[in-house]
Design a protein around this ligand. Structure first.
Ligand code: FMN
Length: 469
């Protein structure tokens, strides 16, 4: 089996492993923001969002979209939808800033960059999005389009490309080596909000995870080890592009360290590096599907993005069949990306849903297929490290990935996809007045056994959804 499989096995939680003493070094708590020094900053416009209803947008995610340039308002909204600060809370006298996307442990290991051209008054170049004050920090003033096309192996449509990176140390501070999984899941959530926002503008937003890692990291001014690119977002499906060799020499502005004492995890770095690509010899496989117009009203997408938060106050009350059906159909049927949807499978553990017997289901060709009948809410909550709220959810979606016959790179795609679909579940739930919460903590082997998964198939993520107070 390959490195990604070995990594996954090594980072599995067991009953014993989660009970070993675990010490959090609060004196090295990571900063959730990356601050560049001495850069020119451009204020973005306040989030306006588009008028589309959430379910309309989600049902049309893999339909045809247009290719067009973004305005300054649209770029501002895209940045905010992906990584804006949407809520503030005070803990022990200190203000804590929550984002539009969820993140395991609220550690926000991701960063967001934009390559921009033709959006006055912004000079063409590379920018870092600073969520702390909703600004763009100009890192490199230059037309980088040709170099970017080479790095992405892609003909780039439109005038904006977003790239999500991870600084894994933030998450590893708490989760150790398992953090790499969370970086990918978190990045999937983030790119999903970006795709969804672009789709709400009628554009063909697509996530791209196949690119030349070394070149893209160099173009972003990051080292590819402590911080690395995970996924890019384009305004439409790109055609393959073979660029010229290039050498990037540029003095990028310095940034403040995010931890006061370095956190380095060899296992994470090796797992990541062994899946890097250095040639454009690959095939991009984009899913497509018809746009369906659901006959049901839902919140405007902008409100779902603004209101989204992890909700754990499930009541266990009965969920009507229509909301259940729209939840599943709008969130789990397609995602526009180049990793070859579907990379993951999922199981639904259902409890107290009108017209559906309690049990575990898969979905095949639009139909629920029963796997086991009965109320398994207690078992699933126990298997997710006894997090009690999970037992009160109406639906627990358990994403799985089969490592058999897969390349290392595809593991990234699987976790990105699980995160991306997880975000669609959050948005869909929020838009119908339900609550959702991502769950990254579970006993890997026991959950696998419970679902009778095949030899190399493992759970990778769980998302709970249900009626909330
Ligand atoms: C990959 C991932 C794993 C998570 N795992 C858990 C979990 O096991 N238990 C839990 O209560 N919340 C979990 N969460 C939710 C985070 O705690 C939450 O997103 C974070 O505190 C930020 O809060 P917000 O989502 O309300 O903005 C997870 C979120 C993500 C994205």
């Amino acid at each position: 089996m390959n490195n990604s499989f070995n990594y996954h096995i090594k980072t599995a939680h067991t009953f014993e492993s989660v009970r070993r003493p675990h010490y959090l070094d609060w004196s090295n708590y990571p900063s959730p923001f990356k601050f560049y020094k001495g850069v020119e900053r451009f204020s973005l416009l306040p989030f306006k969002g588009s008028i589309g209803e959430t379910l309309d947008v989600l049902y049309g995610l893999c339909g045809e979209g247009a290719e067009d340039n973004l305005s300054l308002q649209e770029l501002s909204d895209l940045a905010f939808a992906m990584n804006g600060v949407s809520r503030k809370k005070v803990f022990h006298g200190e203000e804590f800033l929550f984002r539009t996307t969820p993140s395991a442990g609220a550690l926000y290991p991701f960063e967001l960059y934009f390559f921009v051209k033709d959006i006055p008054p912004l000079p063409d170049g590379l920018y870092h999005y600073q969520p702390f004050n909703h600004t763009l920090e100009l890192l490199w003033k230059k037309d980088l389009w040709e170099l970017l096309q080479t790095a992405l192996c892609a003909e780039i449509p439109g005038n904006v490309v977003a790239v999500v990176t991870a600084i894994y140390a933030r998450s590893a501070w708490k989760y150790g080596t398992r953090a790499y999984r969370y970086c990918l899941l978190d990045a999937g959530h983030m790119v999903s909000n970006g795709v969804t926002f672009l789709r709400s503008l009628g554009l063909g937003g697509n996530a791209v995870y196949r690119f030349l890692d070394g070149k893209l990291n160099r173009l972003l001014g990051i080292d590819g080890e402590n911080e690395f690119a995970l996924v890019a977002l384009l305004v439409d499906k790109p055609a393959l592009h073979w660029g010229e060799e290039f050498l990037v020499t540029f003095n990028f502005p310095a940034s403040e360290p995010v931890v006061s004492r370095p956190i380095y995890d060899r296992e994470i770095v090796n797992t990541h590096l062994c899946a890097n690509l250095n040639s454009c010899e690959f095939y991009r496989d984009y899913p497509s599907s018809e746009t369906v117009f659901p006959e049901v009203g839902s919140l405007p997408l902008k409100d779902a993005i603004l209101k989204r938060k992890s909700r754990r106050n499930f009541t266990g009350k009965r969920l009507g069949f229509n909301r259940f059906k729209h939840l599943v159909e709008s969130s789990l049927e397609c995602f526009p990306a180049d990793w070859g949807f579907p990379k993951t499978s999922f199981y639904l553990q259902v409890r107290n849903v009108e017209g559906v017997k309690d049990g575990i289901y898969t979905v095949k060709e639009g139909e629920l297929r029963p796997v086991m009948e009965g109320d398994f809410s207690g078992e699933v909550a126990y298997l997710c490290l006894s997090q009690a709220f999970i037992a009160m959810a109406n639906v627990n979606v358990i994403f799985t990935y089969d490592f058999a016959g897969k390349e290392n790179r595809e593991y990234r795609g699987a976790l990105l996809e699980a995160g991306a679909l997880g975000e669609l579940l959050y948005l869909s739930a929020e838009s119908m007045g339900l609550g959702a919460c991502g769950v990254g903590a579970f006993y890997d082997f026991d959950l696998k056994k419970f679902l009778s998964l095949s030899e190399f198939e493992f759970p990778i993520y769980v998302v709970s959804v249900g009626i909330v107070d």
